[in-house]
Design a protein around this ligand. Structure first.
Ligand code: ZN
Length: 528
């Protein structure tokens, strides 16, 4: 006889075989899939004010919103929300988590922020398509590090990720740099007509399998060698699927407005919805330009063009240090605002400003940059650079079509940019509660329903019967990020419960390991 509980129950059923015992078993099986969260202020994700009530959940989906008195059987898990606010799980529209789904399937740094879905494949770098002769992680400069298994397309990637029981949901973009690396390699030239056809076929294949759009990173190699025409041709593939074109634009500083113009042209010519990633004006001489950039976006919106944006709520950017420097002519001003995040060659530099290291070692800062980048493994160095004006973050967050995307680079060695751990609670604590830049229901809308509608996360982003039960319970009076540049790997406070597809993923600081995340297909049924 089986010693475990389910074995014992089977024996009971065999011996007695009554209806009672069978129904008891059924209830037992359903036990985990029924959940009621009582006494909460519901922010339903649409931007309307919170209303008081209960939310019932069964088999992963929301079944009722309002008063659940009397509708609950004794097989339901009940949680008293204690008057806290319940919102749809946050959607991180700008992540680089393609490889993190293998390296950190528990996605603790996202879950703890209340994030239940991410959009991956941003800035032109995606795990798929992949080819046997190319290492996606390497082609992305290590940003996608962690990718395992021998898949070549979205189907294969999804299958491989699901083996690891991911904690959160994933919707994917198809990256231009990835596609170009496979077809053209890292040659500085335009693709031939045949190569362009091959690139487009790869983009179309991912879109057919459920990718939500085509992304570019036009400051990175090899994307930066492409002309506007090439992007229009590839973005047009998204048109057939009513999918998106998202972009890390060609310039976010001196030539920001020209880059916005190029982006809008690509949107018009390919007739696709354009989404501007991590909108900013970088470098002190350019601060304030985001106002002109947003005015231009507003003009396009008035003319009926579909345009949206996202922003991360920090004054520093982060990325691969080698991408920002020409080793022949090192930009001193830029070097002076850099703090090192991850530096394999000189671990003792991590978390320190280059100016301080240069002073201590009595060397010129440009020589220090060269020393770091030319050391073995130096090209993998990730830096944090203070280039953004605080006022511009507020200008961005005040715009009605502005979503929130962390842009976190999931490299947990060294000291990653704190946005990896803190983005969403920081918007709600600092910009909503402390600064009053936007209201709480509006901030939640821009982290949930607006993102779900834009990126095609079907039946997500709202607390509504029939929708998937991705939920976050938090206290608007205390929610705040605790991750700092010096101590970045800190989970935020003020979030007491996170539910993913009806399963408790995080409760009172404890990650449950439920692994209930799904791989999502653009505007189609979730897959899992
Ligand atoms: Zn980017």
């Amino acid at each position: 006889m089986d010693q475990d509980q389910s074995g014992a129950l089977r024996v009971v059923r065999q011996h007695r075989g009554t209806q009672y015992n069978i129904s008891f078993l059924r209830k037992k099986e359903n036990h985990m899939s029924q959940l009621t969260i009582r006494n909460v202020n519901i922010l339903d994700g649409t931007g309307t004010e919170a209303f008081y009530g209960d939310v019932t959940i069964e088999d992963g989906r929301i079944t009722g919103v309002g008063d659940a008195t009397g509708s609950v059987t004794n097989n339901t898990t009940e949680i008293d929300g204690d008057g806290l606010h319940l919102a749809p799980g946050f959607i991180d529209t700008h992540s680089h988590d393609d490889g993190a789904f293998f390296r950190h399937p528990g996605m603790e740094f996202k879950l703890a922020q209340g994030v239940t879905s991410v959009v991956t494949g941003n800035c032109g770098f995606s795990a798929v398509p992949a080819s046997a002769h190319m290492d996606s992680a390497k082609a992305s400069g290590g940003i996608l590090a962690g990718i395992q298994a021998g898949f070549t397309d979205l189907e294969g990637y999804f299958e491989a990720v699901l083996q690891n029981k991911p904690a959160i949901n994933n919707m994917m973009l198809t990256g231009h740099n990835t596609v170009r690396s496979i077809v053209v390699g890292h040659e500085q030239r335009a693709p031939t007509r045949e190569e362009l056809r091959k690139m487009r076929a790869l983009v179309e294949q991912q879109l057919e399998q459920g990718s939500c759009g085509f992304s570019t990173g036009l400051i990175y190699t090899p994307g930066k060698w492409s002309e506007t025409e090439e992007i229009i041709e590839l973005a047009s593939a998204a048109n057939l699927h009513n999918a998106l074109y998202t972009t890390h634009m060609r310039n976010e500083g001196d030539r920001l407005l020209e880059a916005v113009e190029e982006t809008l042209t690509i949107g018009q010519e390919s007739d696709v919805h354009v989404h501007i990633s991590h909108h900013k004006s970088a470098g002190q001489p350019n601060w304030g330009k985001v106002r002109a950039s947003l005015e231009r976006v507003d003009e396009a919106l008035k003319l009926g063009q579909r345009v949206t944006l996202d922003v991360y709520p920090y004054t520093a950017g982060s990325g691969r240090m080698i991408e920002y420097f020409n080793l022949e002519k090192i930009n001193r001003t830029f070097a002076e605002v850099i703090q090192l995040a991850s530096c394999a060659a000189f671990r003792h530099y991590e978390g320190r400003m280059l100016v301080d290291i240069a002073k201590e070692e009595a060397i010129d800062i440009t020589d220090l940059v060269k020393k770091i980048l030319t050391a073995p493994g130096g090209e993998k160095t990730i830096c944090v650079h203070f280039i953004i004006d605080e006022k511009d973050i507020e200008t961005n967050l005040a715009h009605a079509d502005m979503m929130v995307g962390s842009d976190g680079i999931p490299d947990l060695r060294g000291r990653p940019h704190p946005r990896l751990f803190g983005t969403f609670p920081r918007v709600l604590g600092k910009y909503v509660r402390e600064r009053g830049i936007l209201s709480l229901p509006e901030a939640v809308r821009r982290m949930t329903s607006l993102s779900a509608e834009t990126f095609g996360l079907q039946d997500r982003g709202k607390i509504q019967a029939g929708y998937w039960a991705d939920l976050v319970l938090f206290d608007p009076a205390t929610i705040i990020d605790t991750a700092t540049y010096d101590n970045p790997k800190q989970e935020p406070t003020g979030i007491s419960l996170v539910v993913v597809n009806g399963n408790i993923a995080l409760q009172n600081g404890q990650h449950s390991g439920a692994g209930a995340g799904k791989m999502l297909r653009y505007r189609r049924e979730a897959f899992g």
